[in-house]
Design a protein around this ligand. Structure first.
Ligand code: NAP
Length: 322
């Protein structure tokens, strides 16, 4: 089968298409014929060699965090009724034509949802649904979302609006901010402008924001924390700027702000993840949310997909079509 491998740590150019042996379903496994592989910002960071303490990947390895497609074969002890079903799975090594997956990791794609939308929701949908639930948005609250035009950001915009929040979508790319506005962000702000914090304060009549979903981190995230009202909530899930928010947790706690850290989005393999994924897919079928798939690439152009994410030209979700 064809697969992409990261031949070493480095830039997108380390990704190469190779021929590998087809996987065989062992006990408790199925093989999925990949139709779509979601591309995560995390995939680009791991390719650079970031996060080896948590994700022990040694090149050459097949990148990817998930797979969407049809079950093509099952292991000796697995119900053969799985064959032919359309599924998604949160499984490493998705940039390949076939992927072996433990049967317990399979999530059936519901009727009425395309395999592309299911792939787009696999990680970002569940994270957005879970964050929206634990952080909570109440009607009338001001909600600041940084990196709002990203894959997760555009889902959070929709969920925060649906909960009655007044969403301020923050980004630097006009195309992404236009999309956030089309998805009912009340206001948008360009955080590449030095006076953006003052703009946000003015938008809220000097109040500040009740809730922050920070998808960027770094200094920008720290500024967003300053904009949070006393007793507000702040989700520090963002790493797009290369680092999490250097949080003044003591200052935040003195102001009564509840900070939700990375542990709230580290969901892989947990029952919470399966439940949140199912909710996200059901919400999409019902038309309550829609994943924005901004760009797709064939498998052999995985390097271009990574470049689009790293250069911040990617709008919403990026997928590899296999
Ligand atoms: N997706 C998940 O399930 C999940 C789970 C846990 C954590 N996260 C984290 O949540 C964040 C958002 O995820 P996502 O999937 O929406 O990512 P994404 O699609 O890559 O979007 C992130 C956005 O951040 C903005 N950004 C600001 N500063 C940046 C910088 N220095 N470099 C790159 N982008 C920058 C970009 O928008 P502008 O160009 O408009 O600024 C970009 O569109 C990421 O840090 C990710 O690691 C995601």
């Amino acid at each position: 089968m064809r697969a992409v491998q990261a031949l070493r740590y480095g830039g997108p150019e380390v990704l190469a298409v190779t021929e590998l042996a087809d996987p065989v379903a062992g006990p408790g496994e199925v093989v999925v014929g990949t139709e779509v592989a979601p591309v995560l910002r995390l995939d680009t960071q791991l390719r650079q060699g970031w996060g080896r303490d948590w994700f022990p990947l040694t090149p050459p390895y097949v990148p990817g965090s998930g797979v969407a497609g049809r079950v093509v074969s099952v292991g000796p002890d697995v119900d053969p009724a799985w064959v032919g079903r359309t599924v998604v799975a949160d499984q490493p090594g998705g940039y390949a034509e076939r992927v072996a997956v433990p049967v317990g990791a399979l999530i059936r794609v519901p009727d009425g949802l395309s395999v592309r939308d299911a792939a787009a929701l696999l990680h970002d949908g569940r994270t957005a649904v879970h964050l929206a639930k634990v952080v909570g948005v109440r009607p009338g609250e001001w909600v600041l979302i940084t990196g709002a035009g990203g894959a997760l950001g555009l889902l959070l915009v929709q969920l925060a609006h649906a909960a009655g929040g007044r969403v301020i979508a923050a980004g630097r790319d006009g195309r992404k901010l236009d999309m956030a506005r089309a998805l009912n962000a009340k206001r948008t702000v360009d955080y590449s402008a030095p006076d953006w914090p003052a703009e946000v304060r003015a938008m809220t009549g000097g109040h500040g924001v009740d809730v922050v979903f920070d998808g960027v981190g770094g200094r920008l995230g720290a500024t967003a924390l300053d904009l949070t009202v006393p007793n507000g909530r702040f989700s520090a899930h963002g790493l797009a700027a290369g680092d999490t928010t250097p949080l003044d947790t003591e200052g935040a706690s003195r102001r009564g702000i509840t900070v939700f850290g990375m542990d709230h989005v580290t969901l892989s393999g947990t029952p919470v993840a399966a439940e949140a994924t199912a909710t996200a897919m059901a919400d999409a079928v019902a038309g309550r949310i829609r994943p924005v798939i901004g760009q797709t690439f064939p498998l052999e152009r995985a390097a271009d997909a990574h470049t689009a994410i790293e250069e911040r030209t990617a709008l919403g979700k990026t997928l590899l079509l296999v």
